[in-house]
Design a binder for this molecule. Structure first.
Ligand SMILES: Cc1cc2nc3c(=O)[nH]c(=O)nc-3n(C[C@H](O)[C@H](O)[C@H](O)COP(=O)(O)OP(=O)(O)OC[C@H]3O[C@@H](n4cnc5c(N)ncnc54)[C@H](O)[C@@H]3O)c2cc1C
Length: 491
């Protein structure tokens, strides 16, 4: 007889960034008993670090259709329209729900929400809180609501080490300290993988934990080759390496300047174009940064960015800031449907762990916090419908499915799967000791074209026959390089 689980719950949520907090809260508000496992304090989540805001078509001259068109344009022929349509239609209600939960977005003196403009958006549609302190205000408020909810148990600091499956179905998860939590539905909300790359804007925990947990449990991964590089991360300043200077600052007039002090790109072009222009300017000039001139921008609008820069001895009111691209966001992740369901029954994914296909090859700025809320809510509702657990379960797994990346793996990803890449480097990545790095190498190698946020030097053109075609890496088979295949998802 296998040992009994240490805890039983209806819905188990792993991760307490915006996606996990909102999914947990939604499930609890809808009547479920919820357990949340969270590895790190709030301040170490990507959500807490988010500066720009939440995209939602709220202006009178804006519409979900316009938001969808911008999302599709940014996603370069690869956006799964059904998913993006859900996001754009449901984002305004998500913002209202956040307000009803006590999140206070910045408003003008008439009480109307102030809408920011970011790259790739044709309308002002980004709601923010405390200027550029959106993420921290959002997760602090959601977390306060969550811990006050009587149906919620929070296990923190606790790390999930494996997904627990029984007869092909997910039945919970196991923690690093050996506790087995049984649940009708398990939602992984462990963030993305951008910190697998050595130069990153993300907190150190963003190393694809959700992807590793789900992959080891037999779930498919998708679109791993698509990684977004933020063009303006602080460069060469000890203690602030990779610190992100939000795009919203360019929305308010900050300029990008080369070594001669001249502009070389339209600052509000889509992120991939700006990042590549910065990268190529650096290569041409043989430097490790360009300059972001925000002297004309009101520092009062971005107090936490300006404060952090000043703490590092940089005064953006008087001096341009050295910046260069850094790995920022992973469009790919665990393949799932429009309710976060993965290929493993009972296992759901939300937030940056998930790949619904909504971002295509390149995410539109500020669509990800909106995704955390919209799809967090949808996954929670789907989880509530999961059937009861069977009377007896297979033993919970021993050992960890999560492998921390070595410095060598992180440097190999930056070198071989960066803004510019080729088959030779990607082949090398396929032999990396880290399973996720191998999967990324396999996915990137199989896509013989240039699309979205990176360029294949050996395949510089976009291949239109690959529009709407997603790269899927099937479940791990021993230690062999994982197979990558292509699937056409609805356009
Ligand atoms: C600097 C920065 C600025 C950004 N600005 C914006 C913006 O303005 N607008 C926007 O839309 N997006 C922005 N993004 C992207 C956005 O913040 C993220 O995509 C989003 O917050 C991801 O949320 P999440 O809930 O999926 O993951 P996270 O917020 O990263 O949370 C992950 C959670 O998983 C937990 N976890 C990890 N491993 C385990 C484990 N083994 N066991 C238990 N728990 C675990 C962590 O402790 C954490 O609680 C920004 C990102 C960064 C880095």
């Amino acid at each position: 007889m296998p040992p009994a689980p240490d805890a039983h719950t209806d819905v188990l949520v792993v991760g307490a960034g915006a996606a996990g907090l909102y999914a947990a809260l939604r499930a609890a508000r809808d009547g479920a008993r919820v357990t949340v496992i969270s590895a790190t304090p709030l301040a170490e989540t990507a959500s807490y670090w988010a500066q720009g805001g939440v995209a939602a078509a709220l202006a009178v001259d804006d519409s979900a259709a316009a938001h969808l068109a911008d999302t599709e344009r940014a996603g370069r022929g690869l956006v799964r329209r059904s998913a993006a349509d859900v996001l754009c239609r449901e984002a305004p209600d998500a913002v209202s729900d956040l307000e009803s939960l006590g999140v206070v977005f910045d408003a003008d003196r008439h009480g109307r929400l102030v809408l920011g403009l970011e790259g790739g958006h044709t309308h002002r549609r980004v709601v923010h809180a405390g200027g550029s302190a959106t993420g921290r205000r959002l997760v602090r408020q959601l977390s306060a609501k969550l811990v006050a909810h009587p149906a919620v148990t929070v296990m923190e600091p606790t790390r999930a080490s494996a997904v627990w499956t029984s007869e092909g179905r997910c039945v919970g998860a196991v923690t690093e300290d050996g506790q087995a939590v049984a649940a009708r539905a398990t939602i992984l909300a462990c963030g993305g993988s951008a910190a697998l790359w050595s130069r990153t804007t993300n907190p150190p925990g963003s190393v694809g934990v959700g992807a590793q947990l789900a992959y080891a449990a037999g779930a498919d991964l998708a679109d791993l080759e698509f990684v977004q590089f933020h063009p303006t991360a602080v460069a060469g300043i000890p203690g602030r390496e990779g610190f992100l200077v939000t795009e919203a600052i360019r929305g308010e007039g900050a300029l990008l300047l080369d070594g001669r002090g001249e502009r070389f790109v339209k600052e509000l072009a889509p992120r991939d174009e700006v990042a590549l222009a910065v990268w190529r300017t650096m290569k041409e000039e043989g430097t490790d940064h360009v300059l972001l001139d925000m002297r004309e921008v009101d520092p009062g609008g971005f107090p936490n960015v300006v404060g952090a820069l000043r703490e590092s001895g940089l005064d953006p009111a008087t001096t341009p800031i050295p910046v260069s691209p850094a790995c920022h966001y992973t469009m790919g992740g665990v393949a799932c449907d429009l309710h976060g369901a993965t290929s493993v029954p009972g296992l759901y994914v939300v937030g940056e762990t998930a790949c619904t296909g909504l971002h295509g090859a390149n995410r539109l700025a500020s669509n990800s916090l909106a995704e955390c809320i919209v799809f967090g809510g949808r996954a929670a509702r789907a989880a509530l419908d999961a059937p009861a657990l069977p009377g007896s379960l297979d033993p919970a797994p021993a050992g960890s499915a999560v492998i921390p990346p070595s410095r060598e793996t992180r440097e190999a990803l930056w070198r071989h799967a960066g803004l510019e890449r080729d088959a030779e480097g990607l082949h090398a990545l396929r032999d990396d000791p880290h399973p996720l790095a191998r999967a990324i190498g396999a996915a990137a190698l199989s896509r013989e074209e240039s699309r979205g946020a990176h360029r294949r030097l050996d395949h510089p053109e976009l291949d239109p026959t690959l529009d709407a075609v997603h790269t899927v890496v099937g479940p791990l088979e021993g230690s062999a390089p994982p197979p990558a295949h292509h699937e056409r998802w609805d356009g």
